[in-house]
Each structure stands twice: as structure tokens, then as C-alpha cells.
Design a protein around this ligand. Structure first.
Ligand SMILES: Cc1cc2nc3c(=O)[nH]c(=O)nc-3n(C[C@H](O)[C@H](O)[C@H](O)COP(=O)(O)OP(=O)(O)OC[C@H]3O[C@@H](n4cnc5c(N)ncnc54)[C@H](O)[C@@H]3O)c2cc1C
Length: 328
């Protein structure tokens, strides 16, 4: 397979978004398997320090496109810049996170270049030397294998949480190269006047290292309190399955799954959650999963590293006491 792999890294407030570390980690693994070179692409204004930091941290070559006109994201500037980067670099793959930005510009960019775009991938396979990506359809019920057809580059976006950011490895050949890409004023059809921060939900579960999540098995809002107690004792964030947020036991921002947040904590404790596919897609890439359920056949046990078959109202208080003992 010819060419190299480019990763578009997104950033905000001088920091790389967590999904971009996941994409870099995946890109490194794939580049090694396909014996290709990996380069990270950063677009923005005054991003020199960030580019240095990213390059040092992952040990990869970083290509920067620095312009006053890139202070705020616009789809025209991204398409204009990335189409020229694709032509200059001739990559085999162009990887990115499946973010609002990618959904906004990537189909347009792929169409401009007459290339394909495979969105929201959760896995990949290499069979007989042929690379295929896996994406979920019908609300996560069916996995679709998508092959690459036509001329490269192939544009691919990855679902948040599908690949682990902890896999990023330093290759110890950091370097930052600034690319000159013309960005004529007339190409830019819109001007960003102001960026208004959305009202912050109190919970960003995607950054949590430990999550204690509860489901319908907790029976009521009042009884759900033991999940909050366990989370408090462990210094963990609180997650929930959909019936919990639908029932108003917790705000919607705590929901994990296909219509909630995707999380990859180091430890996920699922209490009274059956393990419906819509829940699993949001948490199954956690590093260590502990499931507590009174039904030994509950599907959650199929993704669990440790399973406790038992009543949450008996098991959780014991865990709280144990955690308190350990913290003393
Ligand atoms: C379009 C769509 C999107 C969806 N999106 C999401 C989503 O984002 N997130 C999500 O979570 N769901 C989502 N769902 C809902 C999903 O299909 C399941 O209905 C839901 O995940 C089930 O939640 P649960 O496991 O808490 O409840 P249940 O499936 O009712 O499971 C409760 C579990 O608790 C166990 N239990 C009961 N009592 C106890 C006890 N005392 N001790 C121990 N265990 C006990 C039971 O054995 C059972 O396994 C979606 C559904 C649709 C159709």
C-alpha cells in the first residue's frame, strides 16, 4: 500500500482534543502495521508551542499550517488547506476524529478531491493485505465492514472512545515543519465574529478516570443514592444507563451510550445495568470493567473484566466500606 498516513489533530484553547490523541494512537499502530510514515497536521493561529508539544509527546513529524485566517474554524479554510496538504503530501489515508468539525467539512473535502469518506469507524481489519474499516449502523446493532475503493487518499473519521489514547507511543523523531498553503481571502465565504461558549454541562465523562454507573436495577431515584455514595468514596464520576436519565433520577448529561456520552475510563463499575448494545457502545473500551448484576446471564458480563453476581444493594455498601478502609 503506497503513501503515508496523515492525522488531522483538533485543538482548543492551546490543547489537543482528547479524541485527537486517540486518532494519533491509532494512526501510529496502523502506520507500523502497514509500514508507512505518520504525520500529524495542525491548523491554526499561533500554534507553534502546541505543535512542539505534540511532536515531542508522540515523537512524530507535525505539519503546521499557521495563518491569522485560521484563528477560528471555518469549513472553507479547512477544505482549502487540507486539499492542498493532500496534494502536496499524497497520503494513503487521512485520519481524523468523528467530531462536529469533521462531520462539517470532511464530506465536502472528499467530494472536492473526488475521494471517499468513511465516517465514524469503530474498528479495522487487515485481511490478505487489504485494509477494511468497521462502522456501526442501525443504532449499533450491525457492524459494517467497509473496504477502500478508488484512488487514495481515503478520508476516515474515528468514533470517540473506539481507540485508546493511552496507546500513543513516543517514536523519538519529533520535528515540526511549517507548510505554506495559500488561503486567498475570496475563498473564505464566512467570517467568525464571535465564539460563544455553550452553557457547560456539569459533567464531562469523557475525561473521567473512574466512573461508577447505575442502571434500572437501582429501582428508584432515592435508592440510586448508593451509586453517588460509591462514586464519592472513590473520587469517581457518575454515569447512568438511559432509563435512569429518562426517569429523571439523574440529568441527561450523565447518560452513557449510543445516545449519550462515549467514555474510556481506566475503571468502569456498572451496577444494575443489563448491558444493552446501546449502552455497551458507550463504555466497552474502558480499560477495566467491573459489572454487578443479580442476573448471571446479563450481557454486561460479556464485556466485563470482573463480574459480581449479586444484589447491588448488598454489594455496593460493602465496596463503599472497603474503599473507605483503603483510603484511611
Ligand atoms: C435509539 C435508542 C437509543 C438508546 N440509547 C441508549 C444509551 O445511550 N444508553 C443506554 O444505556 N441505553 C440506551 N438505550 C436503551 C437500551 O436499549 C436499554 O433499554 C437500556 O440500556 C437498559 O438500561 P438498564 O440496563 O439500566 O436497564 P435494564 O435493561 O432493565 O437492566 C436492569 C438490570 O439490572 C439488573 N438488576 C435488577 N435489580 C438488581 C439488583 N437489585 N441488583 C443487581 N442487579 C439488578 C437486572 O438483572 C438487569 O440486568 C437506547 C435505546 C434506543 C432504542
Amino acid at each position: 500500500m503506497p503513501g503515508k498516513i496523515l492525522v488531522l489533530a483538533e485543538h482548543r484553547a492551546g490543547k489537543l482534543k482528547s479524541i485527537s490523541w486517540e486518532v494519533i494512537g491509532f494512526g501510529q499502530k496502523l502506520a507500523e502495521q502497514l509500514q508507512q510514515e505518520l504525520k500529524v497536521v495542525l491548523i491554526g493561529k499561533a500554534i507553534e508551542c502546541l505543535a512542539d508539544e505534540v511532536s515531542r509527546k508522540c515523537g512524530q513529524k507535525v505539519l503546521t499550517i499557521i495563518s491569522d485566517r485560521c484563528e477560528a474554524y471555518t469549513p472553507e479554510a479547512h477544505c482549502q488547506i487540507l486539499s492542498q496538504v493532500a496534494q502536496q503530501e499524497s497520503p494513503f489515508l487521512f485520519l481524523m476524529g468523528h467530531t462536529y468539525q469533521a462531520v462539517d467539512f470532511a464530506p465536502k473535502l472528499a467530494t472536492m478531491l473526488g475521494r471517499g469518506f468513511i465516517p465514524n469507524c469503530v474498528d479495522y481489519q487487515i485481511e490478505a493485505g487489504r485494509l477494511q474499516f468497521v462502522r456501526q449502523v442501525f443504532n449499533g446493532k450491525i457492524n459494517l465492514q467497509v473496504g477502500l475503493k478508488g484512488e487514495p487518499p481515503y478520508f476516515v473519521s474515528l468514533q470517540q472512545g473506539a481507540f485508546n489514547a493511552y496507546e500513543v507511543q513516543s517514536r523519538q523523531s519529533p520535528r515540526v515543519v511549517n507548510l505554506t498553503v495559500p488561503l486567498p481571502e475570496e475563498m473564505l465565504k464566512r467570517k467568525v465574529l464571535e465564539i460563544v461558549q455553550a452553557a457547560q454541562g456539569k459533567v464531562d465523562l469523557s475525561q473521567a478516570e473512574i466512573i461508577v454507573a447505575g442502571g434500572r436495577g437501582l429501582a428508584s431515584k432515592e435508592k440510586f443514592q448508593i451509586i453517588l455514595d460509591l462514586a464519592h468514596t472513590l473520587g469517581a464520576a457518575v454515569g447512568a444507563s438511559r432509563p435512569v436519565t429518562d426517569g429523571g433520577w439523574l440529568p441527561k448529561e450523565h447518560q452513557i451510550g449510543s445516545s449519550g456520552q462515549t467514555v474510556t475510563p481506566k475503571l468502569y463499575i456498572a451496577c444494575g445495568i443489563s448491558g444493552a448494545i446501546q449502552h455497551l457502545v458507550g463504555m466497552m473500551n474502558s480499560s477495566c470493567i467491573v459489572a454487578i448484576n443479580k442476573d448471571p446471564n446479563a450481557p454486561i458480563f460479556s464485556v466485563a473484566d470482573y463480574g459480581i453476581v449479586g444484589d447491588v444493594f448488598k454489594v455496593v455498601p460493602v465496596l463503599i466500606e472497603l474503599a473507605k478502609e483503603i483510603r484511611k
